[in-house]
Write a protein that binds this ligand. Structure first.
Ligand code: AHM
Ligand code: MG
Length: 355
């Protein structure tokens, strides 16, 4: 519970970030990056809420009832997220699930943080007004990641980004960093409440958007995921495409024998919503590889690594079935990996079945 000195005192996200800065947990630049992300999330929250009123539902390129061209909400959300980060002046490179390649931010004048994000995840849910979310991760521009322009494995060419410019006119920065290097990660869930969940490496905190103040207000401190939980969230429509070991695991959850109670199935089809429930109630979320998708569906950089960082900060586990997600070194920015995430005991149990 949150300690309040007076009934009028609220702890806003901005106030909380400033306290963290004062305590030396994050620097002033990162504080600015995080508050620009929270601004993007507020904007996206209002776009999501008004989507069907302002003709933001439907498919990209379609024509609406007034005969105007439509933009899909995930495309608009990408613009909102990118613009907020660019105008913060503190992000050197942004990589979005919606863009083919990472983008160097020329407006950046200090900080130069690398931000990876999925601006609107679970977008197939929008037209039915079901939960969606934004996911992000923040890396520092590590000098060790600087490489020669001729390096074929380098990921992005940064033209004249100020800090890097001192070293060479054009240099190359590798956005493909393992989750282990994350400085911060979080998500914003657009649901019956708008909830911003964040970790800066010292636990997981949740802030709820107060529609009266228009501010994110601290609502949960140091969230700990239950050690176990009897809820599983998998798209079981893919069952026939799964590996036999995984089928056996799911069969056993449903049929624990005469003594046990079967697990409950819950699946929104929105990683942020399914993850948020798992974080609070315990259990396991999984997106396995299958016969059609050899590496599953979810992206390592924008989805799996930030969520694994958060779950570990809350005392849980994120795995690809065999190894820790945060240890995986990405080789390309849109890389996909299988994801099993949630309560420690549940993820370990699954790993035993897959071994
Ligand atoms: P998206 O990035 O295209 O929105 O896809 C990611 C979403 C996740 O939010 C969700 O967990 C998953 O896809 C659901 O996939 P499926 O419909 O195959 O179950
Ligand atoms: Mg996504």
């Amino acid at each position: 519970t949150t300690k309040k000195n007076s009934r009028y005192e609220i702890q806003t996200l901005t106030g909380w970030l400033l306290k963290q800065e004062q305590a030396g947990v994050i620097d002033a630049e990162l504080t600015i990056v995080l508050s620009s992300i929270s601004l993007a999330c507020k904007q996206i929250a209002s776009l999501v809420q008004r989507a069907s009123i302002s003709n933001l539902t439907g498919v990209q390129g379609a024509v609406n009832v007034q005969g105007e061209d439509q933009k899909k909400l995930d495309v608009v959300s990408n613009e909102v997220f990118s613009n907020c980060l660019k105008s913060s002046g503190r992000t050197g490179i942004i990589a979005s699930e919606e863009e083919d390649v990472p983008v160097a931010v020329e407006e950046s004048y200090s900080g130069n943080y690398i931000v990876v994000f999925d601006p609107l995840d679970g977008s197939s849910n929008i037209d039915a007004a079901v939960s969606t979310g934004s996911i992000f991760g923040i890396y520092s521009p590590n000098d060790e990641c600087l490489a020669d322009v001729d390096d074929e494995n380098a990921t992005v060419i940064v033209p004249l980004a100020p800090l890097l410019q001192q070293k060479q006119e054009r240099c190359v920065v590798n956005v493909c960093q393992p989750g282990n290097n994350l400085l911060a990660a979080g998500y914003c869930m657009y649901s019956s409440s708008v909830i911003f969940v964040l970790s800066i490496g010292k636990g997981v905190f949740a802030f709820t958007l107060d529609p009266m103040y228009g501010e994110f207000v601290l609502t949960q401190e140091n969230i700990q995921i239950p050690k176990s939980g009897k809820i599983y969230a998998f798209n079981e429509g893919n069952y026939q495409l799964w590996d036999d070991k995984l089928k056996k695991y799911i069969d056993d959850l449903k049929d624990p024998g005469p003594s046990g109670k079967p697990y409950s199935a819950r699946y929104i089809g929105s990683l942020v919503g399914d993850f948020h429930r798992t974080l609070l109630y315990g259990g396991i979320y999984g997106y396995p590889r299958d016969k059609k998708s050899k590496n599953g569906k979810l992206r390592l950089l924008y989805e799996c690594a930030p969520m694994s960082y958060l779950v570990e900060q809350a005392g849980g586990k994120g795995s690809d079935g065999h190894q820790r997600i945060l240890d995986i070194e990405p080789v390309e920015i849109h890389q996909r990996v299988p994801l099993y995430i949630g309560s420690t005991e549940e993820v370990e149990k699954l790993e035993k079945y897959l071994a």
